[in-house]
Write a protein that binds this ligand. Structure first.
Ligand code: SF4
Length: 334
């Protein structure tokens, strides 16, 4: 029976670390622990590795919106879905830097720049490199998400000062082709490997609520935990169904299952920043509080994510005050 509070569950559910490979079977046992045992385990791992009351704050800017050649079923920016989103050109470097300065003044320590591309074109590389160098020069951590990268592109971005590259694996390998057909799960892993090879930190996570099974969610986390090393950041998104997209009518995720997934991510990847990403506007304050207790310790601050809503600064400030949370300081450069 699932969630049975047996002595076996309490004593034999394996305590994984990122340095050992994690099996799907072991992860399933952890995921299905009684909720209180699971949360206690996750909070214990969290406290051993992080300040439990500090949350890392990132800011995200869409530097090129819409008109994407890929057909990701969850996305408002795919040219394959009639979502009504207007495509824009790549932003000018100065405009991006002005936005980054504002975000820094408002307390963000990491600046993430996202472009709706299958992969960057070589003609855009100089502009992207100037953005990275400029944001880095402001004393912020830099992150980009631009689609697939060749080894040469990854190397150039790293050299310009890019700290993190975001490239989500989205879901399990088994479920992947139900959501995206224009690329494969293996393509994703290849870019992640190019990013690592180039010396950058990895931000990779996925989305819950696309019709996947619990097994798919667990499998996705096991894939991430078994990357060598595991990603430094793992964003967990809750699908916001976009009218006109393939997943417009997807059923919502059970909030308890969502919290279980966060807890499993924390246990399988003890030193990773687990980020509550898209979907926070749909979550109650109590659900967010449970996610923080389960080990989430990073959020996107600001009113919008790439194209979807995000709780505004005031709401987050009030929630942080009610929960006694504080923004995480930027770690000193190594
Ligand atoms: S998720 Fe990214 S790659 Fe997929 S359609 Fe949207 S912008 Fe394009």
């Amino acid at each position: 029976m699932l969630h049975e509070n047996t002595a076996e569950n309490r004593t034999e559910a394996p305590m994984s670390t990122r340095d050992e490979s994690t099996s799907l079977a072991a992860a399933k046992i952890i995921y299905n622990l009684p909720f209180n045992d699971l949360l206690f385990r996750a909070q214990t791992v969290h406290r051993a590795n992080f300040d439990p009351n500090a949350v890392q704050m990132s800011r995200l800017l869409s530097i090129k919106t819409g008109g994407c050649a890929e057909d990701c079923g969850y996305c408002s920016q795919s040219a394959h879905s009639p979502t009504g989103l207007k495509a824009s050109k790549l932003m000018m470097v100065e405009k991006v830097l002005a936005e980054a300065r504002k975000a820094k003044a408002e307390g963000a320590t990491r600046y993430c720049m996202g472009a709706a591309w299958r992969s960057p074109k070589d003609r855009d590389m100089d502009t992207l490199l100037a953005m990275v160098a400029g944001v880095k020069g402001l004393g912020m951590e830099t992150c980009m998400t631009l689609g697939m990268l060749s080894p040469a592109q990854a190397g150039a971005l790293s050299k310009a000062g890019l700290d993190y590259y975001n490239h989500n694996i989205d879901t399990s390998e088994e479920f992947y082709s139900q959501i995206i057909t224009t690329r494969t799960f293996a393509d994703r892993l290849e870019t992640l490997s190019n990013v690592r090879e180039a010396g950058m930190k990895v931000c990779a996570g996925g989305i819950l609520g696309m019709g996947e099974t619990t097994g798919d969610r667990i499998s996705m986390l096991v894939t991430l935990a078994n990357l060598q090393p595991a990603p430094e950041s793992v964003p967990i998104n809750m699908l916001i169904p976009i009218p006109g997209s393939k997943l417009a009518d997807a059923d919502p995720v059970d909030p308890i299952e969502f919290v279980r997934t966060i807890a499993l991510a924390r246990i399988l990847m003890p030193r990773t920043h687990v980020r509550l990403s898209a979907g926070r506007t749909q979550m109650s304050d109590e659900m967010q509080a449970l996610c923080f207790f389960a080990g989430a310790n990073s959020i996107f601050a600001g009113d919008t994510l790439l194209t979807t809503e995000n709780p505004g600064e005031d709401h987050d400030t009030a929630l942080f005050r009610r929960l006694g949370l504080k923004p995480m300081e930027l770690e000193p450069a190594e």
